[in-house]
Design a binder for this molecule. Structure first.
Ligand code: WTA
Length: 707
């Protein structure tokens, strides 16, 4: 396969921006397009151009009624979009519905014996477990009864769920939705402390856990982090009344961590009281919050993105139907974790609202070998597959010929979470998809609920490395820092924004509406008192370029967020963790290019006066980051430097450090208070014999590493 040429065609002035993800993104030459296969087009949900016409701007916002009509409502809405309180949009106002009813009950008439969830345990010797819609209905009702009567949860209460990829996770989420209880799922890989902080922020009195799970051939004792979460929440002033614990193997407790009397309860024991119970789904206001999803932003504290019931469910159902092409007879497998937004929207709510069969895999893709994913696909006859560029890069590296050995057939494949390199896209298309499957490269965010840019799988050509045009009813635009439009074909990069509201957008940041308005709407708002949505474009904090063909190519974050293996990590969160280490005076975290994970965090620290650089400090910093955030934030490298490059006003110049870590030009450093430090750091990081600047991760040594 020919390697794509790289050229830096997109420019963002280093004077106006820090060196960020967007700027260190690899830029590719223009790629050839691929047409969707005729066989796919014939059966596709979206193969009628008149539907595209329906979503044109002249029909906004009523075009989105089409998505809402895919749902079953208890009461029809009277107003599609209410813009009275910008940017706090209201969707399908006056409507009432229940999300759990839409994902479960309404399928019983036609599909009760159909598989809703297929759980694939990581140990290959354990058979997949199938949960039909009838069984899902029973189990969700029992759990809802328990949450209401045993845990005392009421409509509007929040509950924090810290669980791995097992079917009890969506069951618990749906049980919450049935009661109108707002769930806040924390990714299983986050630490107990990270979970506790999120529980405290949301005001959760109940935590839901699992005793343990399989991951990469090892048993993870997850209950241990529940105890840490409870004390972390308490430190923030939030008491946890009960911790409810699912057992990975019902009837068998598999954690070494003791249960705390009166606080910890095994769900399988308690559920015995609720066997066979039915709970009437609570008819929720369309605008009632459905869930919170905490994500990293530009401050040290993660923010709780609050998603609404009606608009969110309509948006994920519509986009899952038209962009993922889900029909009830499909077997759909999204390899994301339910603890991220992709899992919420496109493992649980979207697919189940469409009566799909949604596969849940407990483990890591390459366990026990690089063929595992393809064996699962073959055995379950998966025909719609959804994963991230990091997973694709990993699988390609571990076994480039493995997919050919297995007899599965995908009609459709998704990529999400980070930019995909054209050569990786082509391997996905030719080897994984066997040249028969369409690919959609879907660009979106935790905040946006569902897809923002993607091709229409049966109608648009695919272009490796580009997400594509705005999704139905989404009107993107690129502006420069001064608010001037960066026109298609100009060759320059800018900030991608969405000009209009859409039903999947979050309602607010939990407990912080000012931050919501400031972070996403202030930048390009010219009339703060206007009630016209045209004045309130959504600022996504991603850099993008738009060639003449109208296919947006996303370059990456322009803020303090690093996209590590498709997962968002706030540099400020990592820096705050470093600063809790007593020897550390200053910390700066920057993204470095990584062959598999896209980006990895590199940490620079300076030490307090009199502290000598030692290996033990590096270990302490790593351990602190893992405890406060989780293993996903583990730095690739920690550099102890004598001082940070700083502006005259004392601001750390992270762009200079990022340039050094990526062996790129540091740009203009004459305005620094201490320009000499740059060369010192470069020599420490890159070694004394500095060769020509090059792309890609540097083979660097640690300063002060006394190993
Ligand atoms: C990045 C994940 C390029 C982007 C759904 C965004 C992408 C951040 C793509 C959101 C894509 C997501 N191409 N970049 N197809 N999809 N991103 O909130 O930088 O975890 O801002 O949501 O991931 O990450 P989040």
């Amino acid at each position: 396969m020919a390697k794509a040429h790289r050229k830096s065609s997109a420019k963002i002035s280093p004077k106006k921006h820090k060196l960020n993800e967007s700027q260190i993104a690899v830029h590719w030459k223009e790629e050839e397009s691929y047409r969707p296969p005729a066989k796919f087009i014939g059966q596709a949900n979206l193969n009628d151009p008149s539907l595209v016409e329906l979503f044109s701007e002249k029909n906004f916002p009523e075009c989105f009624n089409h998505y809402a009509e895919l749902l079953t409502w208890d009461r029809y809405w009277h107003t599609t979009l209410d813009t009275q309180d910008p940017p706090f949009w209201k969707w399908f106002v006056g409507g009432k519905l229940n999300a759990c009813f839409n994902c479960v009950d309404r399928h019983l008439a036609k599909n009760k014996n159909k598989a809703a969830l297929v759980f694939v345990p990581e140990p290959e010797g354990e058979s997949p477990i199938v949960i039909t819609y009838q069984e899902l209905f029973k189990r969700v009702n029992e759990v809802a009864a328990m949450l209401r009567d045993f845990a005392g949860l009421k409509t509007g209460d929040r509950v924090t769920i810290h669980m791995p990829m097992i079917p009890e996770l969506p069951i618990t989420m749906l049980a919450c939705a049935r009661l109108g209880v707002v769930h806040s799922v924390v990714f299983g890989g986050f630490s107990g402390e990270a979970c506790g902080l999120r529980a405290a922020d949301s005001g959760s009195r109940i935590l839901i856990y699992t005793d343990g799970y399989h991951r990469n051939g090892k048993w993870v004792d997850h209950k241990a982090s529940a105890d840490i979460a409870v004390s972390a929440a308490k430190k923030e002033g939030q008491e946890i009344d009960k911790v409810l614990i699912w057992k990975r193997y019902p009837g068998r407790y598999t954690s070494d961590t003791p249960m705390i009397m009166e606080r910890d309860f095994f769900i399988d024991d308690v559920l015995k009281e609720y066997r066979g119970q039915f709970v009437e789904p609570v008819s929720m206001d369309s605008e009632a919050p459905l869930f919170l999803m905490y994500t990293s932003g530009t401050t040290g504290k993660p923010k709780g993105c609050q998603h609404r019931t009606g608009g969110y469910l309509a948006y994920v159902t519509g986009t899952a139907k038209y962009y993922q092409d889900i029909h009830p007879e499909d077997v759909y497998w999204c390899m994301a974790d339910i603890g991220w937004i992709t899992g919420h929207s496109y493992i649980v709510y979207g697919p189940l609202a469409l009566a799909a069969t949604s596969v849940i895999y407990e483990g890591v893709p390459q366990f026990p070998d690089a063929g595992r994913v393809w064996r699962i696909a073959e055995r379950l006859d998966v025909n719609i597959f959804h994963t991230s560029p990091t997973a694709i890069r990993m699988l390609r590296k571990a076994g480039p010929d493995e997919p050919r050995k297995y007899n599965y057939r995908f009609k459709h494949m998704t990529t999400v979470g980070e930019p995909i390199e054209p050569e990786v896209w082509k391997w996905y298309y030719e080897v994984v998809g066997k040249g028969e499957a369409v690919i959609v490269d879907t660009w979106w965010q935790t905040e946006t609920g569902g897809f923002l840019c993607t091709t229409k799988p049966a109608l648009d050509a695919m272009k490796p490395g580009s997400a594509g045009p705005g999704a139905l009813g989404i009107y993107p635009i690129i502006w420069d820092e001064e608010g001037k439009e960066v026109k298609a074909g100009s060759g320059s990069a800018g900030n991608i924004c969405i000009r209009n509201p859409w039903p999947g957008i979050m309602q607010t940041i939990w407990g912080d509406p000012h931050r919501f308005a400031a972070q996403y709407y202030k930048k390009y708002n010219k009339h703060p008192h206007s009630k016209d949505w045209h004045d309130w474009p959504y600022y996504a904090a991603d850099g993008a370029v738009l060639p003449a063909d109208g296919y947006y190519r996303i370059l990456g974050r322009v803020d303090d967020v690093i996209n590590v293996a498709g997962h968002r990590l706030g540099t400020k969160e990592v820096e705050s963790a470093c600063l809790t280490v007593s020897e550390v005076a200053e910390a700066a975290v920057v993204p470095a290019v990584d062959e598999v994970k896209g980006r990895v965090p590199v940490v620079y620290i300076s030490l307090k006066p009199g502290v000598l650089p030692k290996k033990a400090i590096l270990e302490k910093v790593t351990a602190t980051i893992e405890t406060m955030i989780g293993k996903i934030a583990r730095p690739k490298m920690i550099h102890i430097v004598p001082d940070m490059p700083k502006t005259r006003s004392g601001k750390i110049m992270r762009r200079v450090l990022a340039a050094i870590s990526n062996r790129m030009d540091t740009g203009d450093i004459t305005t620094l208070a201490n320009p000499d430090i740059v060369e010192q750091i470069r020599q420490l990081v890159q070694g004394r014999s500095v060769g020509p600047l090059q792309e890609g991760p540097a083979d660097i040594k640690l300063f002060g590493d006394e190993r």
